[in-house]
Design a protein around this ligand. Structure first.
Ligand SMILES: Nc1ncnc2c1ncn2[C@@H]1O[C@H](COP(=O)(O)OP(=O)(O)O)[C@@H](O)[C@H]1O
Ligand SMILES: [Mg+2]
Length: 398
């Protein structure tokens, strides 16, 4: 099973490239599902067919799905939300207002990702293609499983224990609604789902992200930032697709200047992302909609490549032995040491880059070691771990 996510700035051609990839994968014989998590669904426009909120067969070996975020929210959040609403009602908040307050922004999209787990585990497809929302939302989406798991792991086990002991007492003293087993059950289910999704999306054999860009300055700047953050969260990028490149046969002087500008930006893309493969697609002379044109687009993008392959073995995070210690290295290109903070607390490493924070649970081998230094080597941040020197008293004895 392969999972490939497409993201990039709004309007660069994510949906088109995702759809073209799906058509190509299906034509090669693999059972392919393309789904969109972007609330601005446009897969249906791209294929020129109706697409439901469940996988709809649209061609041989090809299914498509536009996830209804509201449905998923109902399925996964209802019990938790009901409880939160009760608590707020108890505190005097009107029901309508309480219901609004208990839906965390962006939560609906995260539930769309739970479908990734469902589809991977069903074994029904060989290839799952995800047409994601524009960059910022996608990043938030991809960092959410970890952040939510972090809270759930810390808050709920404690709360559950406390509730068991205090429920009989509290219910005699006040009317405060106390979370029942259904609420805890819902929280646990959500936690398991998010953990499973994160595991799938960071698995090198299964998942890759493909960044779609246009040869334009702002689009490329945004893609560079995305690439950094994807590294921070351990997601693997296996290709960059440069879409809407002016073809050579255009000789009209009006576009001459544009061609020069694009050539310059293409060079920037190569410098920024190589050795990640850079794929290109020209600006076609029409909108690329419908299976036939999408097939043409797929050929343009992939040439002789198999779109379902892992096109590049990226290693966003790795641990290597160095001397008597270890180096934890994270791919963080385009970042300077001043734009980031690192600190350690117990078995966790907190890394902040720009406005994104990661709490990295240290692997077993590193837990008993101390952080010695953090420096950049090329585009990787290297954090050096060494054994703690033994206290002087002990050293004398051994
Ligand atoms: N290489 C291309 N040549 C011509 N038209 C394109 C090309 N790539 C995308 N388009 C058209 O541009 C529009 C926007 O593309 P879309 O894939 O919906 O962007 P996004 O999903 O990034 O918002 C669509 O009408 C699509 O058909
Ligand atoms: Mg789109």
């Amino acid at each position: 099973m392969r999972v490939v996510l497409f993201t990039g700035k709004g309007g660069v051609g994510k949906t088109t490239v995702a759809a073209a990839t799906a058509v190509r994968a299906a034509a090669a014989g693999g059972r392919t599902l393309v789904m969109s998590t972007d609330p601005a669904h446009s897969l249906a426009d791209s294929f020129e067919v109706e697409i439901g909120s469940h996988p709809t067969e649209i061609a041989e070996n090809l299914w498509a799905q536009q996830i209804d975020a509201q449905d998923r929210l109902e399925d996964n959040w209802r019990e938790i939300q009901d409880y939160m609403t009760q608590v707020m009602n108890w505190a005097g908040v009107e029901t309508i207002q309480a219901e609004e307050l208990t839906v965390i922004p962006g939560l609906d999209e995260i539930f769309a990702l739970i479908d990734v787990r469902t589809h991977v585990e069903s074994g029904r497809y060989d290839m799952l293609i995800v047409d994601c929302a524009p960059t910022a939302e996608t990043l938030r989406l991809l960092s959410l499983p970890e952040i939510m798991s972090w809270y759930i792991e810390r808050i709920f086990p404690v709360e559950r224990r406390v509730v068991k002991t205090i429920r009989p007492i509290v219910s005699k003293m006040t009317t405060l609604p106390i979370a029942g087993d259904a609420v805890f059950g819902a929280v646990e289910r959500l936690h398991r789902n998010l953990e499973a999704v994160k595991k799938i999306l960071t698995d090198e054999r299964t998942s890759s992200v493909r960044l779609v860009v246009n040869p334009e300055k702002m689009v490329i700047s945004e893609a560079r930032r995305t690439y950094t953050y994807l590294g921070l969260f351990g997601y693997r990028v296996d290709a960059v697709v440069v879409n809407r490149v002016l073809p050579d046969e255009i000789t009209d002087p009006y576009f001459g200047k544009w061609k020069d500008i694009q050539a310059e930006h293409l060079a920037t893309v190569r410098e920024s992302f190589e050795p990640v493969p850079i794929l290109t697609a020209r600006l076609f002379d029409r909108e690329m909609v419908g299976v036939t044109l999408l097939e043409e687009m797929g050929t343009e993008v992939y040439g002789d490549l198999d779109a379902t392959d892992v096109l590049y073995q990226d290693e966003p995070i790795r641990v290597r032995k160095r001397g008597t210690g270890y180096v934890l290295s994270i791919r963080l290109p385009f970042v300077s040491r001043d734009d980031m903070d690192i600190h350690r607390k117990g078995d966790e490493l907190f890394i902040r880059v720009g406005s994104y924070k990661r709490n990295l649970i240290l692997p077993q081998t590193l837990k008993r070691m101390a952080v010695r230094e953090a420096t950049f080597a090329g585009d990787r941040l290297e954090i050096l771990f060494a054994r703690e020197p033994k206290p002087a008293a002990e050293r004398g004895r051994s």
